[in-house]
Design a binder for this molecule. Structure first.
Ligand code: M6R
Length: 366
C-alpha cells in the first residue's frame, strides 16, 4: 500500500508530479490559451464584481492560502486577505455579499474552517471551496469550488495536498486575470506552457534526494532552525518550518527574510541552521544581502537557489538547485526539497513520520 516506499509521506512526496498533473488536467488548455474551471465559470460575475477575496484555512492549507494571496493580487489585482479560520470565526469579522470567501481544506472536515464558512455564508458572502476529499463536509457546504486531485493523503504531514492547492490557486489567479483583461491571450498561453513543465521539474528535483539526505544528516541534531523566504516564497518558509516541527519535533520558525533584522537575528550563532529560499527573480539581490547578514553572524546557511546561481553559492554552506521557472510558480518547486529534508531528519531521529505524536490527520474539534 506504500508502493515500495518506507512511509506514506515519502510516497506522497513522490506522487506530486502526478498529483499536480491530475489537478490541472482538463482545466489547463495551453494551446487554446484557456483555463476551464466550472466552479468559476458558472459564477463568473460574482468573481468579476468581488471587492475582496478572503481566504480561510488552517495549518498547511493556510500557507497555501498565503501563496494564493500573492498570486491573486499579482495577477488578478483583487484585494485578498488570508485568515486563520479559528480567528475569523470568533472575531465578528466584517464580511458582506460583495466578498468572496475561499475556504481551503485537504480533508474538507476541519471544524474551524467549516464554522468559518457557515459564518461567511450567514453574512451573505459567496463561498468557494478548494478541497481534496470529494463529498466532504466543506465541499458540500460551499457554494461552488474546485477539487484538488491529489488522491488520498495518508501521512499526517501534508505534502501533495499543499502543492495541488497551490496549483488550483494558480489556475484561479490566472483565469481571473485573463477575464479581467490583466493578462493578454499570448501572456496567458505562455504562463500555461510554463505551468505544464512544472511536473517534470518536480520529478527532476525528486532526484536530488541523496543530496538532501546528506544535508539532513548534518543538521538533524539542531535544536532550532530558521526558514526564510520573500514574496511567493515567504509562505514556503512557513510551510518548511511547520513540516520540520510536526514530524521531527525540532523547533523551527519561518520568517519573511527581511523581518529577521527586527528580532530573530538575535538567535543566530554558529549553531543555528538557516534555510533560505533565494530564487533568481524573487528579490534576489535583497535575499543575498539577508544571507550576508546571517553569514557575518556565523549562522549555517542552506540555500535553495535557481540552477546556474553563482552569488549565493559562494556564501552558503550548502545549496540546493531548483530548475528555472516563472517566479510565481517557484513555490511548487522550492517546497519539494524542504519536504524531503524534514522527512529525512525525522527518519534519522527515529520519529513516527506518518503519525506524529499529538496530531491527527483531520482536526474535527475546534
Ligand atoms: O484538512 P485541512 O487542510 O483542513 O487541514 C488543515 C490542517 O490541520 C493541516 O494542514 C495540518 O496543519 C497538517 N498536519 C500540516 O501538515
Amino acid at each position: 500500500e506504500k508502493g515500495g516506499y518506507d512511509h506514506f509521506m515519502l510516497k506522497e512526496i513522490h506522487e506530486q508530479p502526478k498529483a499536480i498533473t491530475d489537478t490541472y488536467r482538463g482545466r489547463l488548455l495551453a494551446n487554446e490559451g484557456i483555463i476551464r474551471m466550472a466552479g468559476i465559470d458558472d459564477h463568473m460575475n460574482k468573481f468579476l464584481n468581488a471587492e475582496r477575496i478572503i481566504i480561510v484555512a488552517c495549518g498547511t492549507s493556510w500557507h497555501a492560502g498565503l501563496v494564493g494571496e500573492y498570486l491573486i493580487e499579482e495577477f488578478a489585482r483583487i484585494p485578498v486577505e488570508v485568515e486563520y479560520a479559528s480567528e475569523f470565526r470568533y472575531r465578528n469579522p466584517i464580511v458582506t455579499s460583495k466578498d468572496i470567501v475561499i475556504a481551503i481544506s485537504q480533508s474538507g472536515e476541519t471544524a474551524d474552517t467549516l464554522a468559518a464558512i457557515k459564518l461567511a455564508k450567514s453574512k451573505g458572502a459567496f463561498v468557494f471551496g478548494v478541497c481534496n476529499v470529494v463529498g466532504s463536509s466543506i465541499a458540500r457546504e460551499t457554494d461552488a469550488g474546485a477539487y484538488t486531485h491529489a488522491g488520498p493523503e495518508i501521512g499526517v504531514a501534508s505534502t501533495k495536498a499543499f502543492t495541488t492547492q497551490i496549483t488550483v490557486l494558480t489556475l484561479l489567479a490566472l483565469k481571473l486575470a485573463s477575464k479581467k483583461g490583466q493578462l493578454s491571450k499570448p501572456e496567458l498561453r505562455s504562463y500555461l506552457q510554463q505551468m505544464q513543465l512544472i511536473p517534470n521539474k518536480v520529478e527532476e528535483l525528486l532526484k536530488i534526494d541523496t543530496k538532501v539526505k546528506k544535508i539532513a544528516a548534518v543538521y538533524k541534531d539542531a535544536p532550532n532552525c530558521l526558514y526564510l523566504g520573500r514574496g511567493f516564497n515567504f509562505p514556503v518558509a512557513l510551510e518548511g518550518a511547520l513540516k520540520l516541527k510536526e514530524i521531527s519535533y525540532i523547533h523551527a520558525e519561518g520568517y519573511p527574510a527581511a523581518e529577521m533584522k527586527h528580532g530573530p537575528i538575535a538567535l543566530i550563532d554558529e549553531n543555528m541552521p538557516i534555510f533560505v529560499i533565494a530564487t533568481n527573480k524573487g528579490h534576489y539581490e535583497k535575499v543575498v544581502s539577508n544571507i550576508q547578514e546571517i553569514k557575518s553572524r556565523a549562522g549555517k546557511i542552506i540555500a535553495i537557489v535557481t540552477e546556474g546561481d553563482t552569488q549565493v553559492k559562494e556564501i552558503a554552506d550548502h545549496v540546493i538547485e531548483i530548475p528555472e521557472t516563472e517566479e510565481a510558480f517557484t513555490p511548487l518547486l522550492t517546497t519539494i526539497p524542504l519536504q524531503l529534508l524534514s522527512y529525512h531528519i525525522a527518519v534519522m531521529l527515529g520519529k513516527n513520520v506518518d503519525q506524529p505524536r499529538n496530531l491527527a490527520k483531520s482536526v474535527t474539534v475546534e
